[in-house]
Design a protein around this ligand. Structure first.
Ligand code: DGP
Length: 113
């Protein structure tokens, strides 16, 4: 989609540190990491967020979760990891392209928020 930051990252017009990609998904390092490992997993097809997920086909949605698992393995997050997807203003979603934060590499807080 035109003017979508993550669509531009996926197409390569904005550089990113890619850690994994396949036909349906793209994974890259967050520019502002909140943990030693902080990777964003996005569908290559534009979707604004979880509230618009009906626009995505099931295979793409499932591929995102499989990519989360692959990234966690690839990054050596054997002690565990957290996946977060902020949706909408109350959750402080700042980029309106569905993304899953993969966080790990240290003991994370017990608190969700
Ligand atoms: P959220 O606040 O949940 O919408 O997360 C958006 C994340 O995107 C935030 O953690 C910072 C990251 N981000 C924003 N702009 C860029 C960028 O240009 N490159 C990369 N790699 N990450 C970005």
């Amino acid at each position: 989609m035109e003017n979508c930051l993550f669509c531009k990252i996926i197409e390569g017009t904005i550089p990113s540190a890619c850690v994994y990609q396949d036909e349906k998904t793209y994974a890259f390092r967050d520019i502002n990491p909140a943990a030693p490992t902080h990777v964003l997993v996005v569908p290559k097809t534009h979707c604004s967020g979880l509230s618009a997920v009906d626009e995505l086909d099931d295979a793409t949605l499932a591929a995102c979760l499989r990519t989360v698992k692959k990234v966690a393995e690839q990054e050596g997050l054997t002690g565990g990891f957290r996946m977060v997807s902020n949706c909408g203003a109350h959750a402080c979603q700042s980029v309106p392209h569905l993304h899953f934060h993969v966080l790990g590499g240290e003991q994370l807080s017990e608190k969700m928020v």
